[in-house]
Design a binder for this molecule. Structure first.
Ligand code: SAM
Length: 236
């Protein structure tokens, strides 16, 4: 493992505004392959994970846009950002008025990036480096799951965990650009956005990305409503 994940993140990224969410700045990279190679060298692990944390993914960008348009979804609430990567969704939630945010990711570089990025935006976000998917759902009001459906193994574990959270009355927002493993039949579509990403990650510079809710399970949950502009979906 790197001597200092924080130093590694700083050396290999630049702090810059997020396309389409310019009020938020993140430590971002331009190219994925050289950075991935650097991760493998730094960790001595030829199977080292892709540096997801150095990019704002389409699913997270959609959640960020949704929270900017709908601060009521998050204001005054405790937010848990699952698979946080750069911390984008956690930071967007603080920007929209959350009272606290936690970003969780299995990647130690992500944990460093979340803290660096939160601080750069003037917020405190708790970064947790752990796999929580075999644990009980967190003590939170809202879980954000940005771009978690890109891989079958993760998708299989995320959905039951989110269902358990929902059944305890925790609201869940999912952001996704239509990845293969997305369980659309369990989701209520709230909004769609044209997001700017990069061909380093995707087939196109711009992608359509959606925000969905899992149906709330408890009497205290706030209702989710479709947005007027850009929405193709229905409320519950
Ligand atoms: C495509 S990135 C999305 C990052 C961020 N949510 C966004 O939208 O920009 C997926 C993230 O999931 C993380 N991840 C993978 N398996 C995980 C697990 N079991 N628990 C938490 N995070 C996980 C990866 O390390 C990666 O940072």
């Amino acid at each position: 493992m790197a001597a200092s994940p924080r130093g590694f993140v700083l050396r290999h990224t630049h702090l810059r505004p997020v396309p389409g969410l310019e009020e938020i700045r993140l430590q971002l990279a331009d190219e994925v392959l050289p950075l991935w190679h650097a991760v493998q060298v730094e960790t001595g692990d030829p199977d080292g994970a892709l540096p997801y944390w150095a990019f704002a993914w389409a699913g997270g960008l959609a959640i960020g846009r949704y929270l900017r348009e709908h601060p009521d979804a998050v204001a005054g609430r405790r937010v848990f950002d699952l698979a946080s990567g750069s911390g984008l969704c956690a930071i967007a939630s603080m920007h929209a008025g959350a009272i606290e945010a936690t970003g969780v990711d299995i990647d130690p570089f992500a944990a460093a990036a979340i803290q660096l990025n939160a601080r750069a935006n003037g917020y405190r976000v708790t970064a947790v480096r752990r796999d929580v998917l075999d644990e009980e759902p967190p003590d939170a009001d809202l879980i954000l799951a940005g771009d978690c459906w890109y891989e079958a193994g993760l998708a299989l574990r995320v959905l039951p965990w989110l269902r358990r959270a929902r059944d305890r009355g925790i609201d869940v927002l999912v952001g996704d650009p239509g990845r293969r493993h997305l369980p659309t039949d369990e989701l209520v579509e709230l909004a769609t956005y044209d997001v700017r990403t990069t061909t380093e990650l995707e087939d196109l510079e711009r992608k359509q990305a959606w925000v969905y809710a899992l149906r709330p399970g408890g009497p205290d949950s706030r209702g989710w409503h479709p947005v007027r502009s850009g929405s193709r979906g229905v409320g519950r």
